[in-house]
Ligand binder design. Structure first.
Ligand code: ASP
Length: 324
């Protein structure tokens, strides 16, 4: 059976959590490929493998850099997200549902820099708008028309992120601090959550949700909502969700590049993922990514000191890790 465009994406939204200006720019975006949707619906195979990989952002996350209690809170959040996605996959549910469920848990967890509700609208955009991406006022109007609850900007406030923003602004005022030099600690900057999954029907999906980078300019768009940049899924190859210096990930077209190395070069997932991340590093970008292929193989490379991450497969063993 020949399947054309057998890919499906789930793109999840950038919810902005830092400044009032950013909040005014809150965007909800989503993607879909209509042809892909049709193809995926008929792509029923006998494969019963499934798997889920999640991340909660990469950055300067060092052993001993946080209290044991706080570390445990992060681990519990990741575990909870894995549980939500795993239950769906185990029960024969779709990778799309599993990634959405996992990301929603991470969005609702204030430890991670991604906001509540975003994934819901992204999915509606994918399934109902006839478009690949929507943003700004139009996206909000689409959300309202589809009965999606729009939360007040205040909802996204956390004292920690607010303080991080103030710190960044201070650093900026002192002058000469630009780009990556804004990174003071992981907590000051990192933040994106993501999930990739393979379901029992052989369908792959990827979801990414982010608050973006702290102190970004209003209107800035990072890699997370860019299909082929920070998010991508293709049933013929793999599903990818990235986190890190978005500008570098966009320039390197990271997620699609991994898929392309597999598709055109016949590279295996771990090698393809590492190759592309090395390319990002060469440009000066830091971060990481999670990926799963159509056979359930996974890759979780990162070039920072840590990345909140976890995975589970058919054996039901939950693996949660933070440090290198
Ligand atoms: N990639 C995200 C962005 O650039 C941020 C992150 O993952 O830390 O918006």
């Amino acid at each position: 059976m020949e399947i054309t465009w057998p890919f499906k994406y789930l793109l999840v939204v950038a919810l902005l959590t830092t400044t009032a200006a950013d909040l005014a720019q809150s965007q909800e975006s989503g993607v879909k490929d209509a042809a892909a949707r049709g193809a995926n619906e008929i792509m029923q195979t006998n494969q019963k493998k499934f798997g889920l990989v999640i991340h909660g952002g990469a950055g300067i996350i060092e052993r001993g850099g946080t209290s044991a209690g706080r570390e445990q809170e992060y681990r519990a959040g990741l575990d909870h997200a894995l549980g939500a996605g795993y239950a769906i996959l185990k029960g024969g549910g779709s990778s799309l549902d599993a990634t959405e469920a996992a990301v929603r848990v991470l969005e609702d967890d204030p430890h991670f820099n991604a906001g509540k509700g975003a994934v819901n609208l992204a999915r509606l955009v994918m399934e109902k708008s006839g478009h690949v991406m929507m943003d700004g006022e139009g996206a909000e109007a689409f959300a309202a028309a589809n009965g999606v609850e729009l939360v007040d900007q205040k909802y996204f406030y956390t004292e920690e992120r607010w303080q991080a923003l103030q710190k960044m602004k201070e650093a900026e005022k002192r002058g000469g601090v630009g780009g990556k030099k804004f990174i003071i600690t992981d907590q000051d900057r990192h933040g994106t959550v993501g999930a990739v999954a393979l379901d029992k029907n052989g369908n792959l999906a990827a979801a990414t949700s982010t608050g973006g980078t702290t102190n970004k300019k209003a209107g800035r768009v990072g890699d997370s909502p860019i299909i082929g940049g920070g998010t991508y899924a293709n049933n013929a190859t793999c599903a990818v969700s990235a986190t890190g210096d978005g500008e570098y990930f966009i320039r390197s077209v990271v997620a699609h590049d991994i898929s392309a190395l597999m598709e055109y070069r016949g590279m295996k997932l771990p090698e393809a993922a590492q190759t592309v991340l090395d390319k990002v590093a060469k440009l000066g970008g830091t971060g990481g990514l999670i990926a799963i292929d159509h056979d359930g193989n996974i890759a979780l490379p990162f070039n920072t000191s840590g990345m909140y991450r976890g995975h589970v497969g058919v054996d039901g063993e939950f693996v949660v890790e933070i440090y290198r």
